[in-house]
Design a protein around this ligand. Structure first.
Ligand SMILES: Cc1cc2nc3c(=O)[nH]c(=O)nc-3n(C[C@H](O)[C@H](O)[C@H](O)COP(=O)(O)OP(=O)(O)OC[C@H]3O[C@@H](n4cnc5c(N)ncnc54)[C@H](O)[C@@H]3O)c2cc1C
Ligand code: SF4
Ligand code: SF4
Ligand code: SF4
Length: 392
């Protein structure tokens, strides 16, 4: 039966939970808010199916040298609003158009009413709008794999989109290749903790005295290539944008203090992709494809399998695209794993016995105390480490 000896070796993909014939496994959140399988030994018959399904244990030795990716720069060209609302160029919506033309069903990550990020399905384009935009939180798959299998066995065309470890989990669970399944993986360097995200939501809601109804993590008002530009929408119709509170989550994410341990040992940051198609941001597109004008962003699309390549002919009818030099286009986030913050352990020790904003301010060195510290250092040219004695 599955035993998690090191947190780095479990992505929380739910494959073992979904496959267990005795329903002996539940996914339980740890003190950092990430879910791991927990086996009820009284129900387990020691059949070993969970171990054989786990993509981390099954994953064959990488053979990157044999992979020649086909890469495109692309953006959604049939509707400017779709392009603007998407995290990068809107390649994802072009793929969903292809699925809906064939009366298929799409699985992706969306916010629920409690502002949790969960995987869900949508059988029409208006419902699939929920999946648009990157949500910088690990999404909860719950029973998604069982639902996907159910749809596949009814011969529906299914698109499953998610992080590479989620796609690997689904494929491990399904065990066989379904002709009617198309998979899309994201270029993803890490996913942050769902419970810290809930603490952030609660902090903002309390401070502003309003309920958050939506967050757009990649608002393009200042341009698609600007960092830290989430917009937070409240239930009274107002929103906050480009202020410290709305930028805070992006700062915390990129500090690598609160990302899943498996992301720091990721088996999927390489060219052997899990999805038939990979989508990500095409940074530097203006240099590699100068003919390409992208005020609202560009998607990098990698076609990884015959299925991905064949479907691209139809998918591309709603795209403007250019073939790119794959070797030059691949970002570091696809090729290398993310290094953990050296303060990670200390951060969590304090986080679990203190309140959200004081610990976050301390480790990100933001807030009034650090602003005063920086001011004193500037005025008197005092070394940063000594300033604390002056303003204590
Ligand atoms: C946590 C995270 C980290 C990322 N890091 C990088 C990176 O380092 N480099 C890079 O090039 N691209 C990264 N991306 C991908 C990029 O931001 C876009 O999601 C991607 O380019 C698709 O954009 P789009 O314009 O085609 O369509 P959109 O419509 O914006 O794409 C939305 C797609 O993302 C999926 N999605 C959104 N949030 C999640 C989530 N939490 N978990 C699983 N799936 C989700 C939806 O299901 C849908 O398939 C990341 C995405 C996420 C969610
Ligand atoms: S060994 Fe078999 S019964 Fe036990 S948890 Fe794994 S899949 Fe379930
Ligand atoms: S199958 Fe997925 S959830 Fe289960 S142990 Fe392996 S990585 Fe973790
Ligand atoms: S970085 Fe790796 S382990 Fe983390 S979410 Fe992405 S694919 Fe999964």
């Amino acid at each position: 039966m599955i035993v998690i000896s090191k947190k780095e070796s479990c992505t929380g993909c739910t494959a073992c939970y979904s496959v267990c014939p005795k329903h002996a496994i539940t996914m339980v959140a740890d003190s950092e808010g990430f879910k791991y399988p927990f086996v009820d030994a009284t129900l387990c018959i020691d059949c070993g199916v969970c171990d054989n399904t786990c993509p981390i244990k099954r994953r064959d030795k990488r053979e990157e040298s044999k992979v020649t990716p086909v890469a495109y720069a692309a953006h959604y060209s049939s509707n400017e609003r779709v392009w603007y609302e998407s995290a990068s160029g809107g390649a994802f919506t072009a793929i969903t158009d292809y699925i809906y033309k064939r009366r298929g069903i799409v699985y992706g990550a969306a916010f629920n009413d409690a502002m949790e990020v969960v995987h869900d399905s949508a059988d029409n384009p208006s419902d699939a709008v929920r999946f648009r935009d990157s949500k910088y939180v690990q999404s909860d798959l719950r029973d998604t794999f069982l639902r996907v299998k159910n749809d596949l066995t009814k011969s529906k065309l299914v698109l499953f989109s998610g992080t590479p470890c989620q796609v690997a989990g689904l494929k491990g669970f399904l065990k066989k290749d379904f002709e009617n399944l198309l998979t899309v993986d994201l270029i993803c360097h890490s996913v942050p903790s769902p419970s810290v995200f809930q603490d952030y939501i609660n902090y903002i809601q309390k401070k502003y005295g309003k309920r958050i109804v939506r967050i757009c993590f990649k608002d393009k008002t200042l341009g698609w290539d600007k960092f830290q530009t989430p917009r937070i929408y409240f239930d009274d119709g107002t929103d906050i944008f480009n202020v410290d509170d709305s930028k805070l989550w992006a700062l915390l994410f990129y500090s690598y203090l609160v990302v899943r341990p498996s992301c720091h040992a990721c088996r999927f940051s390489n060219l052997v992709r899990e999805g038939d198609i990979t989508i990500g941001d095409f940074w530097g597109v203006e240099k590699l494809c100068p003919e390409y004008n992208v005020p609202n962003g560009a998607s990098l699309m990698l076609l990884n399998s015959d299925k991905g390549k064949k479907s691209f002919d139809d998918i591309s009818s709603n795209l403007r695209f250019s073939l790119a030099n794959a070797k030059e286009a691949l970002p570091n986030t696809l090729l290398y794993t993310t290094t953990p913050n050296p303060q990670r352990q200390k951060f969590w020790e304090e986080y679990n016995r203190s309140n959200f904003i004081s610990v976050v301010n301390k480790y990100l060195e933001i807030g009034p105390y650090y602003e005063r510290k920086r001011l004193i250092r500037k005025l008197f040219n005092v070394p940063f480490r000594l300033v604390k004695y002056i303003i204590k």
